[in-house]
Write a protein that binds this ligand. Structure first.
Ligand code: C5P
Length: 221
């Protein structure tokens, strides 16, 4: 039996990966499947929460009982997350957001021309949504959770990122073979701004989602 420890709470979860268009047929994207975010949405519904899922390019079926809105780019994701966060108790940024986008969008398909160098790819920074919502909480006591995929010095880099982003919890994944992206399983350490460190062993993404909600529920006021 599941405890309805999120009953009466509004939680916002972002999932998937943003796509930053270069021209009408091309984009810069990433390998995020959205599965961890969807597992968070499903488990939050099971625990009694009202759930807004902001889905970026996932192609996954809508989780029953969640309000699903979609976003293609980082800018669109930011708009949807900020809107949904206005009355949220918890915001979980599980989406992989592009740090950069093409500086310009070509209205026509970019063509290769014989004898010419490839065109340079100029990028500009995207807004950091996690840092922004952490710095400007829409309501007192709102909890903000981020994710970080690291390849080395996982804990040290995770601690530094938690401080930099200003969120309450940071779920740190080590990325590598058979880990995190596109798989059904995950393994993580959840770092808390209070200094806590909770290892979650390799297992289903649903199990990691439930551990995250345990840590969130314990911190809700
Ligand atoms: O900085 P990095 O991309 O490693 O941080 C990952 C975390 O920050 C994730 O929770 C992701 O959703 C969030 N993020 C964001 N806006 C960005 C980049 C990342 O909210 N532009």
């Amino acid at each position: 039996t599941t405890v309805a420890d999120l009953a009466g709470r509004h939680v916002v979860v972002s999932a998937g990966g943003t796509r930053e268009p270069l021209d009408p047929v091309r984009f810069l994207g990433n390998r995020s499947s959205g599965k961890q975010g969807y597992a968070l949405a499903r488990t939050a519904v099971a625990r009694g929460a009202r759930v807004t899922l902001v889905a970026a390019n996932t192609g996954l079926p809508d989780p029953a009982g969640a309000d699903v809105v979609t976003a293609g780019t980082a800018e669109q994701l930011r708009e949807q997350v900020v809107k949904a966060a206005a009355d949220a108790d918890v915001v979980v940024m599980a989406a992989a957001v592009a740090d950069f986008r093409p500086a310009a969008y070509a209205a026509g398909k970019i063509k290769k021309k014989d004898g010419e160098e490839p065109p340079p790819l100029a990028l500009v920074r995207n807004p950091d949504i996690l840092a922004e919502i952490s710095a400007h909480r829409a309501r007192p006591g709102q909890l903000v959770v981020g994710f970080a995929a690291e390849t080395d010095d996982v804990l040290a880099n995770g601690r530094a990122k938690l401080a930099r982003k200003g969120c309450d919890l940071l779920v740190v994944n080590e990325v590598g073979e058979r880990k995190a992206f596109g798989t059904e399983e995950n393994e993580a350490v959840v770092l808390g701004a209070d200094g806590s460190e909770t290892p979650v062993p390799y297992g289903p993404k649903e199990a990691l989602a439930d551990r995250i909600w345990d840590l969130v529920a314990a911190r809700l006021v």
